[in-house]
Design a protein around this ligand. Structure first.
Ligand SMILES: C[S@@+](CC[C@H](N)C(=O)[O-])C[C@H]1O[C@@H](n2cnc3c(N)ncnc32)[C@H](O)[C@@H]1O
Length: 209
């Protein structure tokens, strides 16, 4: 795959530099409170104490349960003010993944990677998922959570063509394409009774050595 030009499926309505769109901080949550609670509750079932956590495509909220102690929480996003306002991050870095797909982290460093309500903005998802596999310790999970909300002008074209089920299959294909993850699973963790934003998780563990 040519990582200098995204294919048609990964074009966006707004093809201008992401730095322009994300220049102004948005100090808001991108899913409603019920979905945030569902996400944090789900994460409490998969996070182990003292983990090194990578929050990829981070903003001012990491959705991590507060009762767990972490070895470190590293956020990578587009806006330093958003990252500075995230109380759960122990370190942060601004990097535009549409320009530079190489993650600025050592091999086999993190115990878990999270991408919450952001995967639809990746224009080189397979390159990024390969990088996630590189920086995760073998046998560690990558958790991708998404809802039905997005910044429409910045979501990739294929995201607009698909339903929730299709989004899950698409993310699953990102895992499969790397050939570095175990088979993925899909979960509907939407708030009970439809009382909130729908929420889905696609996750897979890197292959053990
Ligand atoms: C809807 S917000 C979600 C933020 C956070 N993960 C959450 O759960 O609230 C989308 C995030 O994706 C990140 N993002 C979008 N395009 C990006 C890019 N090209 N490179 C790196 N991060 C990007 C931005 O930092 C932005 O905060």
């Amino acid at each position: 795959m040519d990582y200098t030009v995204p294919s048609e499926a990964f074009k966006r309505i707004d093809e201008s530099d992401d730095e322009i769109f994300y220049r102004e901080p948005r100090l808001v949550k991108h899913i409603d409170e019920a979905a945030c609670t569902a996400l944090t509750s789900y994460l409490s079932t998969v996070l182990l104490p003292n983990s090194q956590v990578l929050d990829l495509m981070a903003s001012c909220a990491s959705h991590l349960p507060e009762e767990i102690s972490y070895g470190g929480v590293t956020g990578l996003g587009m806006n330093q003010t958003e990252l500075n306002n995230n109380p759960q991050l122990s370190s942060s870095v601004v990097q535009n993944l549409a320009i530079n797909t190489k993650l600025p982290f050592d091999d086999c460093f993190f115990n878990i990677c999270l991408i919450t309500v952001s995967v639809q903005y990746l224009i080189y998802p397979i390159a990024i998922f390969n990088e996630i596999a590189r920086v995760l310790i073998p046998g560690s999970p990558c958790i991708v959570a998404f809802s039905n909300r997005c910044f429409p002008t910045k979501a990739v074209a294929i995201w607009h063509q698909l339903t929730n089920t299709g989004h899950a299959k698409l993310v699953g294909q990102y895992f499969d394409a790397t050939q570095k993850f175990e088979p993925y699973t899909v979960r509907d963790i939407s708030p009970i009774g439809g009382q909130g934003d729908p929420l889905f998780v696609v996750s897979a563990k890197t292959q053990p050595v």
